[in-house]
Design a protein around this ligand. Sequence first.
Ligand code: DSN
Length: 415
Amino acid sequence: MDHEHVRDVDPAVADALEGEVDRQRESLQMIASENHVSRAVIDAQGSALTNKYAEGYPGERYYGGCEYADEVEELAIDRATELFGPEHVNVQPHSGTQANQAVYFAMLEPGDKILSLDLNHGGHLSHGHPANFVGQLYDVEQYEVDPETGYLDYEGLAEQAAEFEPDIIVSGYSAYPREVEWERIQEAADDVGAYHLADIAHITGLVAADVHGSPVGTADFVTGSTHKTIRAGRGGIVMCDEEYADDIDAAVFPGGQGGPLMHNVAGKAVGFKEALESEFEEYASQTVANAKALGEGLSEHGFSLVSGGTDNHLVLVDLRESHPDTSGGDAEEALEDAGIVLNGNTVPGETRSPFDPSGIRAGTAGLTTRGFDEDDCREVADLIARVVDAPDDEDVIAEVREDVETLCTENPLYE
Ligand code: DSN
């Protein structure tokens, strides 16, 4: 991947861009929210549409010269509609958080009540953490996973909703490894007259490929990001029924954003087209099979997985029993030295801190994009175990780094 135009102008940035491509090529990207988009998506995102202001929506813009912006946005909308089947789609949110913001802004007043999963139990900042605008503007109460099983406690959630009487219940998670039963959350919302927002940011690709059940048609609002398991251009998306379409559109623009990032909307259109190909279903199924293989491999090495395994693209490891002296942060650092990039993550019943948590979270979306299969993922589990068992042993880290390089060479990226 050359950056010749950047290099002509700015060698320092060109060096950093090339360094980043090499870093992705030569190490294993296992941060569960990341993936490797195609060269086509990268081209679209790096296009002249970055120059274009297109406030408004196709056919109703506040600026002239929007014919190609309209074309691209309509393609993104049509493809998202075909992938997910909602009545209405807005493809302009700059991120998943801004997609969520649009729903809150459209449907709630400041001080209204949100019921959402605690961040330590797999939730997301934009679902109501006190450090986020959501926690500051709204009255947030949080639910938790079952401490024994690590699964969502749907009955407990319904009871909590009956007591708290939220205006909206948020489902969809950033560190929950199990299939979500959207209908049960919708029932809890219906029982108390609350809206239901399902944030599928992590599993957008799995839902698009029917590898995970879809909340579209069940939840009132479905939001997501577009660059994780679905591998499209970076940003967010909101889907809803026609009755909410005008309110959602107005909450995205002008409510929460100015001009859409049309180059990213182009990247979304291209990635959605790729996701409509039959190969994408194989990719999504393989991503889940790989996560299962990774989880089984880690369990065989004595690691404790939250909920005991996975139904999706990620595993969440609680290190407290198997490695009481190693924090998630220590493990993340040692693994990165060995070429395995994942993140320390809080776990249910967290006893450390978000800055140095008790777990690690690992996803298989990126590895699967570069061609890894279940055997490779079992080998990755072996490598993770070797490092976490001896995080201070530089010889082990150097040996694992060599094995990682072999796996990367066998599964090349951006050739
Ligand atoms: N930061 C992302 C994640 O890692 O889950 C979500 O926005």
